[in-house]
Ligand binder design. Sequence first.
Ligand code: PEP
Ligand code: MG
Length: 689
Amino acid sequence: MLKVINELGIHAHAAGQIVELAGKYRAKLFLQKDSREVDGSSILSILSLACPKGSEIKARIVGVDAKEFMDDLERLFKSKFGETEQGQYRPRKKIMKMKGFPVSPGITIGKAHHLDRSRTTVFYRKLINKKEVEREIDRFKHAVDMAKEQIQKFKSNIPEQVKGYAFVLDTHLMILDDSLIFDSTIQRIQREKVNAGWALKKSVNTIHQLFKKVEDEYIGRRMDDVDSVSERVLSNLTGVDPDSLTEIKKEVIIVAHVLSPCDIVEINVNHVMGILTDVGGRTSHMAIMSEALEIPVVVGLESATDIIVDGDLLIVDGNTGDIIINPDPDTIITYEDKKKRYYRYKSAIDRVRHLPAETSDGYKITIKANIEFLGETKAAIENGAEGVGLYRTEYLYMIKNNFPDEQTLFDDYSQIAKMVAPNPVTIRTLDIASDKMMISDSEIGASKENNPALGLQSIRFCLNERNVFKTQLRAILRASVYGNFRLMFPMISGLGQFLEAKRVLKSVMRSLDREGIEYNREIPIGILIEIPSATSIADILARHADFFSIGTNDLIQYALAIDRDNEHVAHLYEPFHPAVLRMIHQVVEAGNNEGIDVSLCGEIAGDPLAILILLSLGLEEFSMNIGSIPLIKKMIRMLPLREVRDQFKGILQLPTSENVESFVLKKAQSLLPDIFKEGVFRYRTTGIE
Ligand code: PEP
Ligand code: MG
């Protein structure tokens, strides 16, 4: 039996040492507390045993060197895992590695600085009389008002580089007013007679449950915004001031459990060299904003705050997600070199981002950006986008539990139109499944669907919910006079459906006419081609549409019957599948024959290998994620397009994706040796090795 005698118990630091020890032996370790036994080589399993000081753990070791292993393990427990009497760890200078999600690129080397962002502890308190209930409601309202003032202050001090993201703070203000937070907390205080903090925590838990059903990662991450707002209210309620970033006066790498967008607004870029967090995902707002500040960030490290000690030397690779704690001199030299190469490469890319995407033999290629919300517009322009080729308009529908009104939509759309003008914005009508919205089933009259990807979503949902659809169309049309809009319907599967959508649009136009409201009567109306049935009849659709945009993200999913969000079939999601290439080609030909514009806005447009194929198939206009634009532009400027098309003849005859990929790779290496031979790419991603 092993007894836990150190103050902190089996915390991550101690668990890490057990795992490290297990790695040195061939024998396998199992640890048991009470009746639960776990794998002793998994840090999370050990942590899940929850062993505070005084716990007793049984170790079972199976294998050839079990005896030596057990001796060492006993010694480790007796040494209190290197912890001092005061329950602190002696500074550890051992090299350790961690891996998280890289969300903002760049490489940095510096000292760790912990920022305490642990959750405010809230205790349950029963209110005994009406007076206490009233006082608690007042306290809650006051804490919310304070939070609003604080956020407004952050907003007015927002640094230039992240000004475009001020809307994130507006979202936080909206969350504070949202009935799921504000009204429901007050109702809970009244109904359950509990203190404000407890009631708020319960409201947030309910929202967590609601978000749990959401499979889409981007929407799911909006829970981070709810958490960050509620933490602010809770700290106002408890009067505990969180650590402030403004107090950091030397160059450090921040290590925190979580950071909020407000924290990012406070950052002094001269002092903060990098950020690591335990939680968070690629699409959290703090990640998006820190990218605008060009600070390398790795999130989702799970236990960084437990493992990293203040003052540890860290290497943060924001391109790969690798973290090295207390690296040895050789590793530092390797990373210094990697860092130099990365920034040299980045500045080469940056130099071309505002130059036209013209091939070396004079073909003009158009590169636009895909954006998901207003705040990304500035970054799109700064990265050299010549317009927005896909505005996914779902965001405003996802953040609240009721449909946005026409004015809210109009304000958003007209701002984007103005910012991007004279360049065009292709605005896509609502492309959402009912399960992704925060709106309750009763409001949309939809029941939970077993297979939302094949269900009542996107244009089908809009044609079913005409009022929701018409409100959006009115807002788009009204905003169309402020810039250069193209309107696009998603998920069109047949001609009848497209004509029906156009009829609804015409009826909205007529009602605007009756009201004497201005709009662009010539607004081009296009189809997002993303269902195989639409590729098959592209020639027919082309006679009725002003343009096509090929949405390969869904086209691949529907053509290959691969759920794009299902990790079990992820390996079968093959963008280079010959069937996909033939479909794209068919759509390009159909569009060209009818003389309409054909572009492509799926993720593959930003893939350095895919872009070569797409150019060879005749496409000359692309819309892609903002981060890929500079690199793709650089590639295009070096490419002789006529030669590419010549060399790629026959690509449609290749039998498998693997054949296609190796064919393209070989061609890429001979056409663009500087880019593809140096090995600076991780193929099929936008990162850099
Ligand atoms: C697509 O399906 O390719 C597309 C561009 O749209 P989304 O990724 O928003 O479905
Ligand atoms: Mg799609």
